[in-house]
Design a protein around this ligand. Structure first.
Ligand SMILES: [Zn+2]
Length: 344
C-alpha cells in the first residue's frame, strides 16, 4: 500500500501521552535557558531524548527517556505544553484524538502546587487546541509510583473542587505495572467511578493477563492500554468480547519496550480477526522517534493488514472513545466521509 495514502488517511487516536510527545525544539530551548545538563547541539540533544532507532527492545532505556526536570517555573510548563499541542499532529492527519497528560509530571520535581499546575496545563493545552482547530479531548493520567493511593485521592478531590475539567473525558492509570499492580488503586478508581468518569488502565503490557482481569473487575476499566497479553488467555478473550472492552495497542512502542519481540508477531491483527475491539495508537512518538503513520506502516508491511482492517481499527476507536453516543455518531459520519474522500 502506498505510504502517501497511509499518511493521508484520517486517524482516530486514543492513546498518546503528551509527556512522550513533546516538541523537541521547545525542550531544547527550555534546556538551554535553564542551563540543564544537555548537549548544546540540537541534533545531539534530540538523540538523548529519543529511543535509539537501532536499539534492541529495552524497557529500562525506554522509561529513562521520561525526564521531568525541565521546568523552572509555571511559565516553562505553559511553553512546553502549548508548543507540544500546537505541533501534536506531525503530518499524521489526526481526525480525533484523546491525549493523556500526567499533571504530576509537571508539578512534582519543582514542588509546584498540583492545582495551580493543572490550571496552567489546561490553559496551555486548550489555547493550542483552539488555535489549531484540532478535535482533541483530554485524559488525566495517574502515574503508579509517584504517590501512595491516599495522596492521589486527596489531590484528585482538590482538582474536582477547584479546577474546571470539562474537556477531561476520562482517567488513565499508567507507569510501572510490575511493582504497582492495579489492585493497589481500587479505592481510587471506585471514587473515579462515583464521579462518573470512564477509565482506561495500562495492563498486561509487560505483565501477565491477570492484571487485565483485575483492571476490568476491580478498577472498572472500559479500555486497556496495550494489554497485548490478552492473547494468552482464551477465557479472558471471551470475557472482553462479551463486555466490549477495547484495547489501545501501540505496536512500535511494544517493540521498543520489549512487550513484543517484533512487530510481525504482534497480536493486533489476530485480535482484530477474532472480533476483539482493538485500536491503533502511537503512545510516545517523540520518545520513540516515530509518528502514528509508522504504526500504520508496520501494520500493513509487517502484518499484512489491508484498508478494511485499518478502517475497522478506526471505527473501533470511535466506538471506544469517551465521547457521548451522540458525539460518536456525528464523528462516525464525518470520519467516513473523510475516509471515502481519501481512498477514492
Ligand atoms: Zn501508554
Amino acid at each position: 500500500m502506498d505510504k502517501h495514502l497511509l499518511q493521508k488517511l484520517p486517524k482516530i487516536e486514543l492513546h498518546r501521552h503528551i509527556e512522550g510527545a513533546f516538541h523537541p525544539e521547545t525542550l531544547f530551548h527550555i534546556a538551554m535557558k535553564n542551563q540543564l545538563d544537555f548537549p548544546s547541539n540540537f541534533h545531539e540533544f534530540k538523540n538523548t531524548l529519543q529511543f535509539p532507532k537501532d536499539s534492541k527492545p529495552d524497557f529500562a532505556l525506554f522509561l529513562s527517556k521520561f525526564y521531568n526536570k525541565w521546568y523552572n517555573s509555571l511559565d516553562d510548563v505553559y511553553t512546553v505544553v502549548y508548543n507540544s499541542f500546537v505541533h501534536l499532529d506531525n503530518n499524521e492527519n489526526l481526525f480525533y484524538s484523546e491525549i493523556r497528560f500526567n499533571p504530576f509530571h509537571f508539578a512534582i520535581h519543582q514542588g509546584f502546587d498540583p492545582v495551580e499546575t493543572l490550571k496552567v496545563f489546561l490553559m496551555a493545552a486548550r489555547s493550542a487546541i483552539r488555535a489549531t482547530k484540532q478535535n482533541t479531548k483530554l485524559l488525566m493520567t495517574i502515574n503508579r509510583g509517584f504517590y501512595p493511593e491516599d495522596k492521589y485521592i486527596e489531590v484528585f478531590q482538590q482538582f474536582m473542587k477547584h479546577v474546571d475539567l470539562l474537556d477531561v473525558v476520562g482517567i488513565d492509570l499508567a507507569g510501572d505495572e510490575v511493582n504497582f499492580p492495579p489492585e493497589h488503586f481500587t479505592k481510587f478508581f471506585n471514587l473515579i467511578q462515583s464521579y462518573g468518569y470512564p477509565c482506561t488502565i495500562h495492563a498486561g503490557e509487560v505483565t501477565s493477563a491477570g492484571q487485565i482481569w483485575t483492571a476490568i473487575d476491580q478498577l472498572h476499566a472500559k479500555r486497556i492500554g496495550h494489554g497485548v497479553k490478552v492473547i494468552e488467555d482464551s477465557q479472558l478473550l471471551h470475557y472482553v468480547k462479551e463486555k466490549g472492552i477495547a484495547f489501545e495497542m501501540c505496536p512500535i512502542s511494544n517493540y521498543q519496550t520489549g512487550a513484543y519481540i517484533d512487530t510481525k508477531t504482534h497480536p493486533i491483527k489476530s485480535l482484530l480477526e477474532q472480533g476483539v475491539k482493538v485500536t491503533l495508537n502511537s503512545d510516545d512518538p517523540t520518545v520513540q522517534n516515530t509518528t502514528l503513520v509508522d504504526d500504520y506502516i508496520a501494520c500493513v508491511d509487517q502484518m499484512g493488514m489491508n484498508l478494511e482492517n485499518l478502517h475497522t481499527l478506526n471505527t473501533n476507536a470511535i466506538n471506544a472513545s469517551f465521547l457521548t453516543n451522540k458525539e460518536k455518531t456525528q464523528l462516525y459520519n464525518q470520519f467516513n466521509m473523510q475516509w471515502n474522500k481519501t481512498i477514492y
